[in-house]
Each structure stands twice: as structure tokens, then as C-alpha cells.
Design a protein around this ligand. Structure first.
Ligand code: HEC
Length: 104
């Protein structure tokens, strides 16, 4: 199979899955999420209305929010600082972790 065909197939598969499956590693995300626990809760169930609940949120939504904070497209001083140090892989892992939790 030519490389180009592989790329097209991969893109088609990504579209076909609707992006519903998080590629991240939830266990790694759980470890990383210790930095988020103070505000969002260890499992994403924040007990303070000031901080949004992340538990059970769609992985795509969480990833896009974190990328937007990082780029400054979504403006929030606290979250910009939090997202600044996250790699794309960290973001996928965090999204996998929080999206796999149950919103209480
Ligand atoms: C010091 C408190 C604090 C910490 C620590 C923190 N956050 Fe946040 N987070 C906030 C606040 C406040 C908001 C709401 C900002 C806004 O209005 O956009 C927010 C919003 C978010 C959102 C958007 C939620 C939504 O419903 O749109 C995501 C995703 C998020 N945080 C992820 C994280 C992750 C992942 C970490 C750890 C790496 C983290 N946060 C650490 C305070 C914090």
C-alpha cells in the first residue's frame, strides 16, 4: 500500500469514528491530573462552582478547551498558565482520564 493511501485511510477512519474515542492514556492522565485536583477535583468533580466539572465531559471538548487556553484563543489567566506546560500527549491523556470519570 502506498503511503498516501495509508494517510487517506487514517483520515477516513478518524472521521468515521467521529473522534469519539480518545487516543489518550487515562492512567497517565490521572497522574497528570494531580495538578488539576485542587480546583477541579481529583476525578473532575469539582465541589466549587467557580471551577467547572470535567468528569464525564467529552474528550474532544476537553482537548479543544485545553488547546484553546494554551494558544490564548480562549482567554483565562489561570487556565492559560495550567495549559502552557502541557504537551499534546498530556492533553490527550488528561482528556481520556476526565472523560472516563462519572459526573456526580
Ligand atoms: C487554580 C485553579 C485551577 C487549576 C489548578 C486548574 N484549573 Fe482548569 N479551570 C479553572 C477555571 C477557573 C476554569 C474556568 C475558566 C473559564 O472561564 O474559561 C477552568 C476551566 C477548565 C476547562 C474548561 C472546562 C469547560 O467546561 O469549558 C478545562 C478543560 C480545564 N479547566 C482543565 C484543567 C486541567 C486539565 C487542569 C490541570 C492540568 C486544570 N484545569 C487546572 C481553574 C483551574
Amino acid at each position: 500500500m502506498k503511503a498516501r493511501t495509508v494517510i487517506v485511510l487514517a483520515a477516513a477512519l478518524t472521521l468515521a469514528s467521529g473522534g469519539a474515542l480518545a487516543a489518550g492514556d487515562a492512567a497517565a492522565g490521572k497522574t497528570k491530573a494531580q495538578a488539576c485536583a485542587g480546583c477541579h477535583g481529583a476525578d473532575g468533580n469539582s465541589t466549587n462552582a467557580q471551577y467547572p466539572r470535567l468528569a464525564g465531559q467529552h474528550a474532544e471538548y476537553l482537548m479543544s478547551a485545553l488547546h484553546q487556553y494554551k494558544s490564548g484563543e480562549r482567554s483565562n489567566g489561570v487556565m492559560k498558565a495550567m495549559a502552557a506546560g502541557l504537551s499534546d500527549q498530556d492533553i490527550e491523556n488528561l482528556a481520556a482520564w476526565f472523560s472516563s470519570q462519572t459526573c456526580k
